[in-house]
Design a binder for this molecule. Structure first.
Ligand SMILES: Cc1cc2nc3c(=O)[nH]c(=O)nc-3n(C[C@H](O)[C@H](O)[C@H](O)COP(=O)(O)OP(=O)(O)OC[C@H]3O[C@@H](n4cnc5c(N)ncnc54)[C@H](O)[C@@H]3O)c2cc1C
Ligand code: FES
Length: 280
């Protein structure tokens, strides 16, 4: 009898997660806190496949740092069938959760280094899984800078956390919006690229983690290269592609020879810089 392939059941069979807290963060995004049957055991930057029976499945980033308990935090934008159905759920309802998937960030690589985070819009959600553990032990790191941008004040996410992080001794948080709206705004107005040139970054010590809409990458990477000469292997980009299986079988998420679900979604810029489709 031939041996069966070594299948990690967690990747194929969903466990049920009970929603213990959910609330709208903006008009389009909703926060979810789930209690799972068992801990996910994830790395920052990984994602889960979230399913609703009879509706479908969608890739959603894990927004909390690694943790020993069975809690999972996510922020979901209403985009279509699955995410729309998720927006109609409330505390006490259940979701199917497969994963964790993807490469993610290796937290230990960041220890002792200066860190720059650049988050555009919903990009703050996956980056928060790396930001939270680094901020919790900020004394283990050098200078920590976080640039977080949104289109308008009404679309900003996790503002209380951004303020609390900014109050830590070796941390600077720069908040920006593209344009103001009716809400009060005490941050800067402009694109996330604007403050990069003025930062005092040490290219030998600094690691950069970047996540945002596709258009953001090209300009942020240009600023980092032009003004700071940060080596490409010290820059991590978190890339989103449409996904189905999440385990490198269906080809939906392929970028040239790489599978975003398995090799990413976090890549070193040095790995993807030469791939024409990666940052297009
Ligand atoms: C690794 C990864 C992490 C993600 N993390 C999050 C997250 O934390 N929060 C969140 O809200 N969303 C996240 N997404 C995007 C999310 O997976 C899609 O918005 C979701 O699959 C849409 O499913 P749906 O059934 O609601 O929409 P559908 O009914 O399938 O589609 C609705 C519309 O969205 C478009 N669409 C579907 N999937 C994508 C996609 N991946 N990229 C761009 N457009 C798409 C379709 O073309 C269509 O126009 C992530 C995606 C990936 C690949
Ligand atoms: S989602 Fe199927 S190969 Fe990546």
């Amino acid at each position: 009898m031939s041996a069966l392939p070594d299948i990690n059941d967690d990747l194929y069979i969903p466990q049920m997660g009970r929603i213990v807290e959910t609330y709208p963060m903006t008009q389009r995004e909703k926060y979810f806190r789930l209690e799972l049957d068992r801990p996910l055991g994830h790395r920052p930057g990984q994602f889960v496949m979230v399913s609703i029976p009879g509706v479908g499945e969608a890739a959603i980033s894990i927004s909390c740092g690694p943790r020993d308990d069975s809690v999972l935090e996510m922020v979901v934008r209403h985009a279509g069938n699955v995410t729309g159905a998720m927006h109609r759920l409330e505390a006490g309802n259940y979701l199917g959760i497969r994963g964790p998937f993807g490469s993610g960030f290796h937290l230990e690589e960041f220890e002792g280094r200066d860190v720059l985070f650049v988050a555009g819009g919903l990009g703050l959600v996956p980056l928060r899984s790396l930001i939270t553990p680094i901020m919790r032990h900020h004394e283990r790191y050098g200078r920590i800078r976080l640039i977080s941008g949104a289109r308008t004040p009404a679309e900003t996410l996790f503002r209380d956390e951004l303020k609390a992080w900014n109050a830590l001794p070796n941390v600077e948080v720069i908040e920006l919006v593209d344009r103001t709206d009716q809400l009060p705004w005490d941050g800067e107005v402009g694109l996330v690229t604007a403050p990069i040139a003025r930062l005092d970054l040490d290219p030998a010590r600094t690691l950069v983690a970047l996540c945002g809409p596709p258009v953001m990458y090209k300009f942020v990477l240009m600023e980092l290269g032009m003004h700071h000469r940060i080596p490409r292997e010290q820059i991590f980009v978190d890339l989103e592609r449409r996904m189905k299986c999440g385990v490198g079988k269906c080809g939906h998420c392929q970028i040239n020879s790489l599978y975003c679900c398995k090799d990413g979604p976090v890549f070193r810029y040095s790995t993807v810089a030469a791939l024409p489709e990666a940052l297009a």
